[in-house]
Design a protein around this ligand. Structure first.
Ligand code: AP5
Ligand code: MG
Length: 221
């Protein structure tokens, strides 16, 4: 099954993706994580992406599609969660082409949305482990020891794009380029929206119901 997690910055895509990986054994593909890894390794692609990411702007479609294509060429599992990709209509079209060459297609798009105020609250209190990637929230899911990862003892850091100005820019990009994807997938009948005013656990159950039901439309849709 190919699942797309579509949603605003800070909506909880990464949080939900990690749980689905643990619970259902999906492979997790986060273009944000892949790009941050390329930036930290100082690769050519990372150097290209860095300026866009720091300012909260989208990395050009060709760069992102190239990255995802490389991943598919290296071999992928049949069950994948795409987190933060696609993010523009050209990326969605590129993904369709990549998948159809392999006899696959996007099966379900889970849409999680939040307001900019809530995103600023969540993202300005998010820290993550520079070693294992575990994500914490200083307001409601703090680590046991300040600055230290509970899971592996690694150092906890903030993302450079989690400053209020960059968050607002990420939202502007999201509304202009990514939100239109809801129409792209709604018209195919595979978009399922979840209620994001709920806790992570409740959202997880709602996503589980959607996936257990084979992404069929529910009564309220
Ligand atoms: P990316 O890394 O994808 O960032 P994003 O979309 O801005 O989203 P985040 O990762 O910040 O948030 P999230 O939804 O994963 O939330 P999380 O689970 O961490 O992209 C970063 C940048 O890379 C982009 O700006 C762009 O430059 C570039 N890029 C990436 N992909 C690209 C693409 N396809 N095309 C072009 N450019 C691309 O949760 C956030 C916080 O909230 C955490 O602290 C968490 O603990 C907490 N939380 C989660 N759920 C809940 C809940 N239900 N209630 C309360 N708190 C919660
Ligand atoms: Mg994320």
């Amino acid at each position: 099954m190919i699942i797309v997690l579509l949603g605003a910055p800070g909506a909880g895509k990464g949080t939900q993706a990690k749980r689905l990986v643990e619970k259902r054994g999906f492979s997790h593909v986060s273009t944000g994580d892949l790009l941050r890894d390329a930036v930290s390794r100082g690769t050519k692609l990372g150097r290209q992406a860095d300026e866009f990411m720091k300012g909260g702007r989208l990395v050009p479609d060709a760069v992102v599609l190239g990255l995802v294509e490389e991943l598919f060429e290296a071999g992928t599992s049949a069950d994948i969660i795409l987190d933060g990709f696609p993010r523009t209509v050209p990326q969605a079209e590129g993904l369709d082409a990549l998948l159809s060459k392999r006899g696959m297609a996007v099966d379900c798009v889970v849409f999680i949305d939040i307001t900019v105020d809530e995103a600023i609250r969540r993202l300005s209190s998010r820290v993550s482990c520079s070693s294992c990637g575990a994500v914490y929230n200083l307001l409601w899911k703090p680590p046991a020891t300040d600055g230290v990862c509970d899971a592996c003892g690694g150092e906890l850091t903030r993302r450079s794009d989690d400053e209020p100005e960059a968050i607002e820019r990420r939202f502007t990009e999201y509304h202009a380029a990514t939100k239109p994807l809801t129409d792209y997938y709604r018209s195919r009948g595979i978009l399922r929206a979840v209620d994001t005013t709920r806790t992570s656990e409740e959202i997880q159950s709602e996503i589980d119901e959607i996936l257990d039901g084979g992404c069929e439309a529910r009564e309220n849709e």
